[in-house]
Design a protein around this ligand. Sequence first.
Ligand code: GLA
Length: 702
Amino acid sequence: MSVKGYENEIYALQTRHTSYIIRVGEDRIPENVYWGKRIDRIEDFAGEASPAPVNMQAPHCLREECASFGGMRFKESSMKVCFADGVRDFRIGRVYVETEENRLELVLEDECYPFRVRLCYEVFEEEDVIKKWRIVENTGEAPVVLERIFSAQFGLPGTGYESLNYNGRWGMEFQAVSEKITSGKKVYESFHGLTAHGNNPVFIVHKGLEEPFRENQGEVWFGSLEYSGNFKTIVEAVDAGFLNIVIGINDTDFAWTLKSGESFEAPAVYAGYTDGGLEDMSHRMHRFCRRHLMPSGLADKPLPVLYNSWYSTAFDVKCEEQIALAEKAARLGVELFVVDDGWFVGREHDRAGLGDWYVDRKKFPQGLKPLTEAVRGLGMRFGLWIEPEMVNPESRLYRLHPDWIYRYQTREVLMGRNQYILDMSRQEVLEYLAECLDTLLSENDISYIKWDMNRYASEMASGGLPAEEWKSLWHRHSLGVQWLINTLREKHPEVEFEACAAGGGRVDYGAMRRFDEYWPSDNTDPLDRLFIQENYSHLYPVKYMRAWLTDDFGMDGRKIPLSFAMHSAMCGSLGIGTDLNRTSEEKREEIKGYVETYKRIRNTVQLGELYRLRSLKNSDIQCVQYVGDGQSAVFVFLDHERYGDPLQSITLRGLKEDSLYRFVLDDREIVKSGAYLMQAGIGLRLCGDYDSRLLILEEINA
Ligand code: GLA
C-alpha cells in the first residue's frame, strides 16, 4: 500500500524512498506538511499544527494543496473561479476522502455553491514519483468561469532554495539557469500556443547543490507538467517562511466556462524528491518516462539509426535523387530513411503548400511508391515530415477554407514563417487532417512521421465559437492536437512518431505521452549540442533525444572534425543528415564505422543510465557516461586545449565495484576493476581543438 491514511487527518503518499504527507485539519484545508526522505511512522504527523508567524492569517501561512484565489491569502493561488453572481472565491465546506492501493482523492466541496474540486493523487512507488492532477465539476445550474486552473501546488518549508529552469530561443534551447529565490517570485511560462523554446513546463527546486559538483549531491524537488501548450510555473518566496510552487495551464488570456454539469480536468504533474542531486532526479524520471509515459510500443526498444534529407536537399526533393541518397544511406548502416519537408504539392519553398498533404506529382510522377520500394529493397524503413497544424495562404486548403484559421476579422492576419495556424478547435478541421493523413499513411509504406510546428500562435479567435469563449482557444488548440495525434496513432499503431517544433519548441511530458522521440534543436553544431543535450537530459530520457550528424552545422560556422561531431551525435538517438551525394567515399566509410560502433553501444546509450560526469560549463572537458547491461560507454570531449595541459583524469560512476571491465584506450587494451575506475579513474590525453574519445567498457564476468 503506497497510500495510507491515519485518523481522518493524515494521508501519506509513500514511495520507496520518499514520503509526501498531507494533513486535513479542522479547518478542512488540505496542506502539505512534509515532502522528503521516507518516514514510515505517519502518525507522528497527527495533531501537529503548522507554525504560523505572529500576526499572520491562515490560510495564507499554510502550504496548501489547492489555494484558491481569495480569502485571507495573498500568495499565488492555483485556482480562481468566478461564480455566476460575481463571487470569485472558493471556500471549502466539506471534504471527502477516498483512498485506494496507490491512489488518493480529496474532494473539496464549496460551502454554498454547487461546485467541487477533486484533488487526485497517484503513487508510483518503485519509481519514486507521485502524480498530482485535479478535476473541477460544476454540479449546479449556473455557469462557472475558470480563470485559473493550475494542476498542482507544492510548498517547501523555510528559505534558501534555488530554482532551476531553462532559458533559450530557437537554436539555443535548454540553457539552464539556476537562481536563488529569496524574495518575490519567479515566473516561467509560455503563451506562444505551445511550450516554445524559452522556459520549460517543469520546476526544479534545490538546496545544497554546489557547483561544479551539483550532479550527485544535494536535495532536489522537481515536477514536470504533462501538457503541450501555454503553461505557467511560479516559484514564490512567501513571507510566511516557505516556498510556494504552482504549475499548470497558463492563466494569461485564459478563461473556460463550465456549464451546468460540466467538468474540467487539468493535466497531470509528475513530481519527486531526492537527496541525490540532479543525477538521481534524472535517473528516476528517465525510468518513469519509459515505464509510464512514453507510448509503450517503442519505449523499451532502441530507436533505429535514421537518415533525414533536410540538411542536404531542403525543399528540392526529387524521387531519383532521394533514391540515390537512400542507396548511400543504406551503405552506412542507416535503418530508417526520412524525406523531410518538400515532398507535398506546391512545396517549392516555405511560402506554399502547407495544408495540402498530397504527394507532389511533379517531384514524384508515380507517387511515393518507387521511392518507398527502393528504400524497402535496401533493407530500410521509410518516413516523412508533416506540419499538420499549419497552412500557407498559397495552398488549396486555404483557398477553399479561409475561415479555418485563427484570426480577427477586422485585422490583417499575422504570419510566422509565411504560415497561418489552423483552427484546431473546429472538428471539421481535425476531421480533414485526420482523413488526409490517414490516407497518406494507409496508401503508402510509411513507418515513421516527423510532426513539426514552426510558428508561435497569435490572434486566437475562431469563427466557430462566440467571442466570449475565445480565451479558451489556446487550450482547445492543445486538445485538438492531442485528438489528432491520438487518432492517427490508434489507426496506425506501427508508425513511429517524432515530435519537433522548429527544433525544441515542444519538449514537454504532454508531447512525450504521444511521441516516440523528439528533435531537440535545429542547431546541430556538435559543440552547442553538448550543452543542449546535457540540460535536455535533466528530465527527458536520452532515447527521446534525436541527434544528427550534418555537414554544415549552421549556427556558428565552426569547423569541427568528424570524430567530435559523430561522438556528439552518438550521445543521443543517432541520425545522419549530411548530404551523402556530396560526401566523399572516404568520409562515408568513416561515418559507416561510427554507425557500426554506435550500434554496439546503442542499447546502453538509449536505455542505460546516464551520468553527466563533467561539463564544459565548469570544467575543461565534457564527459558523459552511460551504463547498461554489462557495458558502459564513456564520451569525453575537449573543445580546446588549455595551457599545454593535455592530461585529463576522469572517475566513472555506476559500475560494479567487484567486476572487471575491459576497454581500449588509444590502441591499448586495458582491464580494471569497477572500484578502480570509480575511485582512481582513467587518465586520458586529449589535445588541440575538438578532440574527443569514446571508451567502451565491457564487463568481463557479466
Ligand atoms: C523546422 C524543423 C527542421 C526542418 C524544417 C523543415 O525548422 O525544425 O528540422 O524539418 O522545419 O521545413
